[in-house]
Ligand binder design. Sequence first.
Ligand code: NAD
Ligand code: UDP
Ligand code: UDP
Length: 333
Amino acid sequence: TSSTKPPPTPSPLRFSKFFQSNMRILVTGGAGFIGSHLVDKLMENEKNEVIVVDNYFTGSKDNLKKWIGHPRFELIRHDVTEPLLVEVDQIYHLACPASPIFYKYNPVKTIKTNVIGTLNMLGLAKRVGARILLTSTSEVYGDPLIHPQTESYWGNVNPIGVRSCYDEGKRVAETLMFDYHRQHGIEIRIARIFNTYGPRMNIDDGRVVSNFIAQAIRNEALTVQAPGTQTRSFCFVSDMVDGLIRLMEGENTGPINIGNPGEFTMLELAETVKELINPGVEIKMVENTPDDPRQRKPDITKAKEVLGWEPKIKLRDGLPLMEEDFRVRLGVS
Ligand code: NAD
Ligand code: UDP
Ligand code: UDP
C-alpha cells in the first residue's frame, strides 16, 4: 500500500532547489532572432539564471554578446539532436531554423531538429521535472481553409512538399509534447507563433520583412513574390517575447496563437516599406516558391482571454525600429 512505499529520493535538482531560489532557465536556439530577445528579457530578472544552447546554424554569439561573461549566464555550443544533460527548472525550446531558405537548405536536418531535438528536450524535462515551452508555428495550419486561424483548426498541410520538413516537423513536435504530457505528466506549453519581425533578424535570411528593409536601404527593387495578394500578419519581437513569457508563467498548456492580427498583402507591405524607408525604390514582381500559404492571420481570442496578452506595436511603428538596426549593421546611415 502507499503507506509502506519509501518516500521518493530527492533528485540533485530538487535538493539544490531547497538551498537557492534562483530559477534556472534553458533557452534552446537562444542565439537566434527571437531567442536572443527572450534571453534579454529573462536576464532582466535577477532571480533568473539563463543557459543558452545553440549550434549557431542561423544564430550568432553576436546576438548575446552583452551577456557573455555575466555570472547568471551560460552559453553552450550544442546541437539539440544530441542528448543534453543540464539541471534546469524551465525550458524554452526554440532551436530550429525559421526562415524558409534555411529550413529548406538541409530538410533532413530540419526534421531531425524538430523531432529528435524536441524528444531530447522532453526527455530532459522529464528527468529534471522542468516545465517546457515549444515554439510551434502558424505553419501547422498549412495553406489554411479557415480564416483567421483559431487553435481548434487542424490545418491543411502538404505532407510531402518542400515545406513539410518544417511544418510537419513542428506538428510532430506538438504531438510529442502532448504525448509526454499525457503519458509522463510533463508540464507543457505550446505557442503557435505567427510571422515575427524586428532587430537582429538575419539581413539576408530571405524572410519578407528583412528582405524588403534591406532592399529599401540598399536602394534595390523590393521583390514581391507573385501574386502579391497573399497575406501575412506581422508581430514585433518584443510583443512576441512578452507573450511567450506569459504563456510559460501561466496555467494553460496551449496551443495558443501568438501573433499580431493586423493583416497585410505582400504588395501592401512593400508599399508601406517604400513609403517609410525609401519612397524612390522600385517594387518588382518575382516568381514565388511552391506551397506558399495564401493567407494567414491569427485569431488571438484565446491569448487575450487566457494570457491577458495582445500585441502593442503596430507594423508602422515596428518597421522603423528594425530599419535603425539594419542601417547600423549594413553600415548605411
Ligand atoms: P532563428 O533561425 O533566428 O533562430 C533559431 C536558432 O536555433 C538559431 O540560433 C539556430 O542556430 C538554432 N538552431 C537551429 N537548429 C539547431 C539545432 N539542431 N541545435 C541547436 N540549435 C539550433 O529563428 P527565430 O525566428 O528566432 O525562430 C525561433 C523559433 O520560433 C523557431 O523554433 C521557429 O520555428 C519559431 N517561429 C518563428 C517564427 C518567426 O516568424 N520568426 C514564426 C513561427 C515560429
Ligand atoms: N534525454 C536528454 N537529456 C536528459 C534525459 C533524456 O537529452 O536529461 C534524451 C534521451 O537521450 C532520449 C530522449 O531524451 O533520447 C527521450 O528520453 P526519455 O527518457 O523520455 O526516453 P528513453 O531514453 O527511454 O528513450
Ligand atoms: N515574400 C515576398 N518577397 C520576398 C520574400 C517573401 O513577397 O522577398 C513573400 C512570400 O511569398 C510569402 C510571404 O512573403 O508569401 C512571407 O514569406 P516569409 O518567407 O517571410 O515567411 P513565411 O510566412 O512564408 O514563412
